[in-house]
Design a binder for this molecule. Structure first.
Ligand SMILES: [Zn+2]
Length: 72
C-alpha cells in the first residue's frame, strides 16, 4: 500500500510499475497510454481504466456513478 501522488491523505493499492507512482481510484489513469509499456499486461491501472471507458457508454452497473454524485 502507498499514498496517492496527488492525494497524500489517501491510501491506495494501485501503483504504476513503470513510474513507481501511486494513484487512488479517482486518479487512476495511464500516463503513457500511447506508448508501449512492458508492465501493461499485468497493470491493474490500465485494466481498470479500460473498464471505466467501456462503462461510460453503457449503464453504470457497479453504482460508481451514484457514489461519485454523493461525494459532491
Ligand atoms: Zn488521488
Amino acid at each position: 500500500m502507498g499514498k496517492c501522488a496527488r492525494h497524500p491523505e489517501r491510501e491506495t493499492r494501485f501503483q504504476c510499475l513503470k513510474h513507481g507512482t501511486w494513484m487512488c481510484e479517482e486518479c487512476l489513469s495511464c500516463r503513457d497510454s500511447q506508448i508501449y509499456c512492458k508492465n501493461r499486461s499485468a497493470c491493474p491501472i490500465w485494466y481498470i481504466e479500460k473498464r471505466k471507458k467501456r462503462h461510460k457508454y453503457g449503464p453504470a452497473a457497479d453504482g460508481r456513478g451514484l457514489q461519485r454524485q454523493s461525494e459532491l
